[in-house]
Design a protein around this ligand. Structure first.
Ligand code: GLN
Length: 283
């Protein structure tokens, strides 16, 4: 069977899933070790028998609902590939707003080249912390997670992108080993989905992504609340707090930063126009 023939039958089988053509192309590229340009330019070449066995097995996994990122073992975030696995959430494009806001804040202040100290609470694959460290090599970051499997993955992602970070296995709902006012920037994409919303999620998310990375408790606000509390204590005056949240949690999250400790509190919307990220400056 040629590459093109495998692709045509895969696209047919994938009808009804998202992006059948792209999925088939990415599977072929991954298994054959090609980029998409090479794949398209040499589509009449035969697929070796062993490669076809692997391709068919991967296609069957996708058809059973497994997200493509887990099958490929990686997902792109802010222009870099991140290893993902059963211990980590798959990075989402809407999380890139945290990166944009963080870089813009310190650029505006002319602090781009300074040794900004930052903390990522619940780092997962490390996509946020590794991206910040890779974009701003003078910054000093700490990436924290309660899952040893996630932290190992984040370490490998940091090494792959030459990002220097400290890693800490810890539970951010409990006491943390940092003094008050230790950081200039605190970022987090914590679990924020309520148990009710979880039951209504796509099967691809529910059956394959780690529940502990999605659901903090019955209400969904348990971890956002703990993260905001940690941020209030650990940020220096003039520091910035950015936290992703659910599209219906904008008001509840702004309320976490009410009071004299915070200024310029507002909600950043995602590209779909939905409330997505809490922005608050420590006064
Ligand atoms: N920080 C990681 C991400 O943005 C993990 C988030 C999580 O597990 N809740 O993908």
């Amino acid at each position: 069977m040629t590459r093109k023939e495998w692709k045509i039958q895969a696209v047919r089988a994938l009808a009804g899933t998202d992006a059948p053509v792209l999925t088939a192309q990415l599977l072929l590229c991954h298994v054959l070790g090609l980029d998409r340009v090479a794949l398209i330019a040499h589509s009449e070449e035969d697929v070796p028998a062993e490669a076809q066995t692997v391709l068919d097995a991967f296609l069957a996994r996708r058809l059973s609902g497994e997200p493509l990122a887990y099958i490929l073992g990686s997902r792109e975030f802010y222009g870099r590939d991140f290893e993902v696995n059963a211990h980590t959430l798959i990075p989402r494009p809407e999380t890139e707003h945290i990166i944009e806001e963080a870089l813009a804040f310190f650029d505006r202040q002319g602090r781009t080249g300074e040794p900004v100290r930052f903390l990522d609470l619940g780092t997962g694959s490390g996509c946020i912390a590794v991206t910040l460290a890779a974009e701003r090599p003078t910054w000093h970051g700490t990436a924290l997670d309660i899952s040893a499997g996630a932290l190992d993955t984040a370490r490998r992602n940091a090494a792959a992108h030459g990002a220097e970070l400290e890693f800490l296995l810890a539970d951010f709902t409990g006491p943390l080993p940092f003094g008050e006012a230790s950081f200039d920037l605190i970022v987090s994409n914590p679990p924020y989905i309520s148990e009710k919303e979880y039951a209504e999620l796509d099967a691809g998310v529910r059956d394959f992504e780690p529940r502990s990375a999605l659901v903090p408790g019955p209400e969904g606000m348990e971890h956002p609340r703990a993260v905001a509390e940690a941020a209030r204590r650990l940020l220096r005056p003039g520091g910035l707090f950015l936290m992703e949240h659910g599209w219906l949690q904008g008001e509840a999250c702004r309320a976490l930063c009410a009071g004299p400790a915070w200024g310029h509190v507002h909600t950043v919307r995602d590209l779909a126009g939905k409330d997505r990220c809490l922005y608050a400056e420590r006064v």
